[in-house]
Design a protein around this ligand. Structure first.
Ligand SMILES: [Zn+2]
Length: 471
């Protein structure tokens, strides 16, 4: 669809509590991603949000719904939680609602506490019906909810573009592929789901979500078989999710394998997106001429989610960190302040420190407001609330962010992410390579002071250099 092309920056909506942040940074991303279980759990809150912020947005913006069909193939415990009310462990309410929407063969198996297997899809009718249910959920949930609340008259009267109430594209049902024979059996079925969904989707584009383990990523024969099968069924686009794959932690061989996947789809003219990626992925969205391939987009959540594990389904939200722009990484406050101290930001008069910070580190609207003309205000990024946790019988204190700290960490993060995409538009690939090398040589001496490594900078630059034929 026209209004969804060139949407590179995907923001994943985590919880309804994030609405107040997304409203503030609504021009800092292109496409919103909703998880099916969230939508099934609170359709009203999400429908209202889409009406206010997508329908009314002047800038062409869209959304899509991840149907998270893989949720039903894992151990039942991964979709269960303890119900205080019923005093027992049961399927989460959000997932229960999804099961109702998707029907068979999910419903009867999960209700009998059996994980879904490829063999459960044993008739052509069952497969087709399942695809229909999964896309109807994506197409109709929002509109049905707005109709129920009586908003459709208002939308029609206000002459708002009703086509934007539909997702930008539909995602065919998908299951997680690993090198285990039982999991790999999903491959032909995943491809069949793509074909079937295309046959019933009318004018809507059908994307494939390709979810694989890290073993698949690095195993050439498994990887090639999957890529061959997916390119044959020609989805309109591919949304890639590699289990726990983090640009920052990946070694050179994993980064190269990741590139191989992008190349294959680009060569077959199928747009490919990395659903959970960091700055390395963002760089790959910008240089098709130089590299011969490109990522069409990259996603993350608000201040987390640059990588994600396939299970547990849903997962928690980690504590807030500070996004350290020159390193393109989230750091604990302690690491970030240690770096600023070592680099001399606190050894000069506080107003000079503030000026240098804005010049070299960040001058986003949040930092302008927080730092003002005193570098000591950087401490506002520190989590200062505490809770008690008992580990191995020993009581410990853990820090967490107050609402104010959370807000500035989240907004500063999103401004920085937006800036990364803007920089990719502006700068050359060689410029990025030399910046990565320079940052590495500037910061490597300080690595021993940090709780995490920064060797990803040299991994990224060497992979990029080999891709453009520089040694
Ligand atoms: Zn900032």
């Amino acid at each position: 669809m026209d209004n969804c092309s060139n949407m590179k920056h995907i923001l994943r909506y985590g919880t309804n509590a994030e609405q107040k942040y997304i409203e503030q940074i609504k021009n800092s991303f292109d496409l919103l991603a909703f998880n099916g279980n969230m939508l099934a759990y609170t359709p009203g809150a999400i429908a209202g949000f889409i009406m206010m912020h997508i329908l009314k947005s002047k800038r062409s913006k869209g959304y899509f719904i991840d149907p998270i069909t893989h949720a039903f193939q894992h151990d039942i415990s991964t979709i269960s939680s303890y119900s205080e009310k019923e005093k027992k462990i049961k399927i989460k309410k959000s997932v229960e609602n999804l099961i109702e929407a998707y029907g068979e063969p999910i419903q009867s198996n999960i209700n009998s506490e059996i994980s879904v297997l490829p063999s459960h899809f044993n008739t052509p009718e069952l497969k087709l019906e399942f695809c229909k249910n999964v896309i109807n959920f994506q197409l109709n949930t929002i509109i049905t909810e707005l109709e129920k609340k009586g908003f459709m008259d208002y939308i029609n009267n206000a002459a708002l573009d009703i086509s934007k109430l539909k997702p930008c594209f539909l995602i065919a049902p998908y299951f997680y592929l690993t090198t285990k024979p039982t999991d790999f059996k999903w491959l032909p079925l995943n491809c069949e789901f793509i074909k079937l969904t295309k046959s019933i989707a009318n004018d809507q584009e059908v994307y494939a979500q390709l979810v694989v383990s890290k073993e698949i990523l690095t195993n050439e024969s498994f990887r090639n078989e999957i890529l061959d099968e997916y390119t044959k069924v020609k989805p309109s686009g591919v949304l890639l999710w590699i289990d726990k794959f983090d640009d920052h932690d990946a070694n050179i061989s994993e980064l190269n394998s990741f590139v191989e996947i992008i190349k294959k789809f680009t060569q077959n003219e199928i747009p490919i997106y990395n659903l959970y990626g960091g700055f390395f992925s963002t760089i790959l969205t910008g240089f098709k001429n130089e590299l011969g391939f490109e990522l069409s987009g990259v996603g993350h959540a608000l201040e987390y989610g640059e990588s994600r594990a396939v299970v547990p389904v849903g997962g928690g939200i980690p504590t807030n960190k500070y996004y350290y722009y020159p390193l393109h990484n989230r750091l604990d406050y302690k690491d970030a302040s240690t770096l600023l101290r070592s680099l001399g930001y606190f050894s000069v008069p506080p107003s000079d420190g503030a000026r240098e910070y804005k010049k070299n580190i960040c001058h986003c609207p949040t930092c302008m407001e927080v730092i003002q003309d005193d570098i000591n205000n950087f401490s506002l990024f520190e989590n200062t609330e505490f809770y008690d946790i008992t580990l191995h019988g020993v009581k410990q204190k853990r820090s967490y962010a107050s609402q104010d700290t959370k807000e500035i960490c989240v907004l500063h993060y999103q401004y920085n992410k937006h800036k990364e995409f803007l920089e990719v538009e502006k700068r050359s690939l060689n410029d990025f390579i030399s910046r990565l090398e320079k940052t590495n040589s500037d910061y490597a001496p300080h690595e021993p002071e940090l709780s995490k490594q920064i060797d990803y900078l040299s991994n990224w630059s060497s992979v990029l250099k080999s891709l453009v034929g520089l040694k």
